[in-house]
Ligand binder design. Structure first.
Ligand code: SAM
Length: 222
């Protein structure tokens, strides 16, 4: 089936282009041992995020949805020495595993991991007067995507890149009668993007070892 080919090709890409990395292997094992769901980005996608940060020259990154910190590590590794990454996670167990993983990968020095509901954390960050971010990766609970997009705009400046993950959902995104709150959240996310004059965006469909999905990439305009 197609899925088999996608998996094999993903494996081929990873084998050719992504150097063996015992630290990342250890991170994924630690996640598995702690019983975390395997919702992390794939190696090829992690490297893609890493390349985007490099291409953009981002110095300040916001990530919504840490899980075990796998994508966090890929993002953080692209930061310059004076870079900073804030990552938000609701689940205390996920956060605890992520904390250990980030320190194992020696990226913990530039990372602030905030534990709690992301919407509450974002409101608190506003109170604290946290500065805007150059790059924002939205990858938490999909029903809240529309809210996360509004917050992403709040913490943006002209030139900020906003990425939203899992926006195709095996093609369910075009089902207007869906009752799935995640698909609904993603559809509202598109509606907001369509109406939002401050962002120019597109979506890219992807296949691979984690099935058929995709991401939105947006640029905040001047
Ligand atoms: N970015 C991670 C990676 O690629 O390695 C994967 C993140 S996983 C898809 C989504 C995460 O968002 C889960 O760890 C989940 O606990 C967290 N999450 C769910 N609801 C949340 C909320 N309201 N606030 C913050 N995090 C939340």
């Amino acid at each position: 089936s197609n899925t088999k080919v996608w998996e094999k090709v993903d494996h081929y890409i990873t084998e050719r282009l992504i150097p063996q990395d015992p630290i990342l292997d250890q991170v994924l094992s630690a996640n598995q041992e702690a019983g975390l769901p395997a919702y992390d980005v794939t190696p090829a996608q992690g490297k893609f995020l890493n390349l985007l940060v490099c291409l953009h020259g981002s110095k300040r990154i916001l990530e919504i949805g840490t899980l075990g910190g796998y994508s966090t590590i890929w993002l953080a590794r692209a930061l310059p020495a004076d870079g900073k990454l804030v990552t938000l996670e609701l689940d205390p167990l996920h956060a605890q595993v992520a904390k250990a993983n980030l320190s194992l990968a020696s990226v913990d020095g530039c990372i602030e991991l905030r534990v709690g509901d992301a919407l509450e954390q974002l409101a608190q960050m506003k109170e604290e007067g946290v500065e805007p971010f150059d790059f924002i990766f939205i990858d938490a609970d999909k029903p809240n995507n529309p809210h996360y997009l509004k917050w992403a705009l709040h913490f943006s400046h002209p030139g900020t890149v906003i990425i939203g993950d899992n926006v195709i959902r095996e093609g369910e995104v075009i089902n207007e009668d869906t009752q799935d709150p995640r698909v609904k959240g993603v559809r509202e996310f598109y509606d907001l993007l369509a109406d939002e004059a401050r962002i120019t965006a597109t979506a890219i469909q992807t296949v691979g070892s984690k099935g058929y999905d995709g991401f939105v990439i947006g640029l905040v305009k001047g």
